[in-house]
Design a protein around this ligand. Structure first.
Ligand code: GAL
Length: 407
């Protein structure tokens, strides 16, 4: 049984290797720039440095910004050594165009297929080869709440969007923002998907994103989700438009807002602030299922053998048991390996792991499906969120068109 101390020691784990094995620069392009994210990615950097390598950090704020920059560099022939994507389909086109190398030798040597959930193996492999190293599982439909704000407002922690909406008048009356929301298109999308999952369960969600079934978007359940989503606009504050997710988390963390619906990377901000779940803040997986997301790193094709060795070492380190626990304890996610001891992780992580045990409750996020559909639907969701005057019928019409426009 690993103790918390052993797990935390892994933060600076030094996997001793002959210096000659990895005296190699590795430029890593990612989008982890918040306090919690920076603390987490440092675990990877320290592990690689500890193995004798030189981690060159290329951090670009905003997932879409980082992905666009990295893809342009790969296509332009000046790739980073390693690059972040979300778990799922985002890097498929790069594989199809022969621009990424597989890490099957590392995967086979370390039995990845035996220690990873099948859904994650499927998301990280193409034609049976591993073209990505998965590094975590993030739940994306958590409601994080400030316990002091709830207590001062005289309300319990909402267990559904209906309860959040019902509690809002008391929270406002007490002088707080009921729902802290960052008005950026991907955040609007995360919130919308959580409402769809609560309203129609995995069945409705998968009919939209996996099956591209436009009848599902015209169903009563989808309309009901759109109605609920529209009601949430009134719970946010005037600073919402354009605000980053972590600035938004900070409103809950500092007691200005009661709640934020966000992935558990937001928990990384509470961890970085030294706060404890169940004490200063609460975490609730919203109804309907556990929306499963996460992160991977891919390895652009390079000619230099030393760079390939660096890529292989990076892949091995990122998925090593010790680094997995140390990284995820700071990131707010749970380890992607099924064989590590997570007993030292907090109550939110334990709830997430429990939810992950029930396949019927697991729903892979929209990133596991068509990136084009994610893009077309994201545009109409954000348009609807930003236009209180838009009725449900018009939104549904736009959403169906967006589904039809996606390949
Ligand atoms: C997600 C990613 C998380 C976190 C979040 C906000 O796509 O999976 O690790 O970084 O973006 O930046």
């Amino acid at each position: 049984m690993k103790t918390l101390r052993q797990a935390l020691l892994a933060t600076c784990v030094v996997i001793a290797l002959p210096a000659a094995a990895v005296a190699q620069d590795a430029e890593v392009l990612h989008w982890w720039t918040s306090g919690g994210e920076s603390a987490a990615v440092k675990v990877f950097a320290d592990a690689y440095t500890g193995a004798g390598g030189n981690w060159i950090d290329t951090a670009i704020a905003g997932g879409q910004n980082a992905r666009n920059a990295g893809v342009n560099r790969i296509v332009g022939g000046n790739p980073p050594t390693v690059m972040q994507f979300n778990t799922g389909e985002q890097f498929s086109e790069l594989v199809a165009n022969g621009l990424l190398r597989d890490v099957d030798s590392v995967a086979k040597a370390n039995n990845w297929s035996d220690v990873l959930p099948k859904a994650v193996v499927d998301a990280a492999t193409r034609d049976g080869s591993f073209y990505a190293v998965p590094v975590n599982i993030h739940g994306q439909n958590w409601l994080f709440t400030n316990n002091d704000v709830l207590q001062k407002s005289g309300v319990e922690a909402p267990q559904s969007f209906a309860e959040l909406i019902a509690a809002a008048p008391k929270i406002k009356e007490a002088g707080f923002t009921p729902l802290a929301h960052g008005g950026q298109n991907w955040q609007d999308h995360v919130l919308f998907d959580a409402v769809v999952l609560e309203t129609g369960g995995p069945d409705l969600f998968l009919k939209i994103y996996r099956d591209k079934d436009t009848d599902a978007a015209e169903s009563d359940e989808f309309r009901q989700a759109a109605e609920t989503y529209g009601k949430l606009r009134a719970l946010t504050d005037e600073g919402s438009p354009g605000r980053s997710w972590n600035e938004t988390t900070n409103l809950v963390l500092t007691g200005k807002a009661a709640a934020q619906l966000m992935g558990d990377w937001a928990k990384g901000e509470f961890i970085a602030a030294g706060l404890t779940p169940g004490k200063e803040y609460g975490c609730t997986i919203m109804p309907g299922g556990y929306m499963m997301g996460g992160d991977v790193f891919v390895f652009p094709k390079v000619d230099d053998e030393a760079a390939k060795a660096a890529q292989d070492k990076m892949a091995e380190l990122m998925l090593s048991p010790e680094v997995q626990v140390a990284f995820n304890m700071k990131k707010g996610s749970v380890p992607v390996r099924l064989d590590v001891d997570v007993s030292a992780m907090d109550q939110c992580a334990q709830a997430g792991m429990k939810a992950l045990q029930d396949p019927a409750k697991q729903v892979a996020s929209h990133n596991f499906y068509s990136p084009d559909l994610v893009g077309t639907t994201r545009d109409v969701i954000t348009q609807y969120w930003s236009a209180p005057e838009m009725g449900t019928d018009e939104f549904v019409e736009n959403f169906v068109s967006a589904m039809e426009a996606a390949y």
